[in-house]
Design a protein around this ligand. Structure first.
Ligand code: CA
Length: 325
């Protein structure tokens, strides 16, 4: 029989070393180390054995889903140099104005600030002439599935449909096109290795109720000033808002910064869990940590808040902390 002292030591050891099981998501691939959404960044993220890799999806002129964070392509490619006359009246270049063959003429680089032409994250990959390309979603999925096979892993995908309203205004139904491609991979149905995200609640409700899909859905919320969709994110983050989200989505994915500033991540997570919603906030960037928070302290907060997953540009840094056992 164990002595009281043995029990106490065992309790102290387990309570000190236990980490909550958090799904680790490589945000835009290994974007802290390589230009975001490139196939090289996918391969690197996969090698870390993350739980999921995150692509963002927009459409080309010829209706090919491609992996890009923005509807614009001027902050991450050399489009202004290759196609100087193809900007719109606002001076911006849009992926949707180019066929995929045209997009293949571009090289992808680290994100730059258009006003200063400097890198947004100065310590990340240099602005180089390496021939990184914009991948199609199909190639991106094939790469992850191929690596799962060769590495005998089950890394999942958690893609985001970008700006369905903008695509609709341009005469395109991005959701239907993406679901059609997913069907090819049998990823258009419920699967614990596959979640679909969107900022637009109307689009998620359409997928669930009108298109009758049982695919796992993630409702992203953010700051209303970003104008991501015609909705009130402040209301959606309330108990009533979460109750509504739980009718169509499995996961709420909030911007983490305000929840850290107001120290409400734990309470928010508890409320969401009580409504059967998982919580996967975004985004950890170890080169842009929230004010007054160290990396280790941040991971401690994530752990004690009992969130279900986290998006990070540096997903590799979370592995030793959350998978120590
Ligand atoms: Ca995203």
């Amino acid at each position: 029989m164990k002595s009281l002292l043995d029990c106490l030591i065992l309790f102290l050891l387990t309570s000190c070393s236990t980490t909550h099981n958090i799904k680790i998501i490589a945000h835009r691939g290994a974007s802290g180390y390589l230009p975001e959404h490139t196939l090289a960044a996918v391969a690197m993220a996969h090698s870390w054995d993350v739980d999921f890799i995150e692509p963002d999806i927009v459409l080309t002129k010829d209706n090919i889903p491609v992996v890009l964070h923005d509807i614009h392509i001027d902050t991450t490619t050399n489009v202004a140099k290759i196609f100087p006359k193809r900007s719109r009246s606002d001076g911006r270049y849009y992926a949707i104005d180019f066929t995929y063959i045209e997009l293949l003429k571009l090289t992808v680089h680290e994100r730059v600030d258009l006003k200063t032409a400097k890198r947004v994250f100065p310590n990340r990959f240099p602005l180089s002439n390496i021939n990184f390309k914009i991948p199609t979603l199909e190639d991106y999925i094939n790469l992850v599935l191929g690596l799962n096979k060769t590495r005998n892993k089950a890394v999942g995908l958690i893609p985001e449909i970008k700006s369905p309203k903008f695509h609709k205004q341009q005469g395109k139904d991005i959701t239907l096109i993406v679901l059609k491609l997913l069907k090819k991979f049998k990823l258009d149905q419920k699967n614990e290795q596959f979640f679909l995200q969107c900022f637009d609640p109307q689009e998620l409700k359409r997928i669930r109720f009108k298109l009758n899909s049982d695919i796992n859905l993630v409702q992203l919320t953010g700051d209303n000033s970003w104008k991501e969709a015609d909705c009130d994110y402040d209301q959606m983050m309330t108990q009533d808002g979460l109750k509504e989200i739980a009718t169509y989505a499995q996961v709420i994915s909030p911007w983490i910064n305000p929840l850290l500033q107001t120290r409400t991540l734990k309470v928010f997570t508890k409320t969401a869990h009580s409504l059967n919603l998982k919580v996967i906030p975004y985004t950890i960037r170890v080169d842009v940590l929230p004010k007054g928070v160290s990396e280790k302290h941040l991971y401690q907060i994530l752990n004690t808040s009992k969130i279900d997953g986290i998006f990070s540009d540096f997903a590799d840094r979370l592995i030793p902390y959350f998978r120590q056992n």
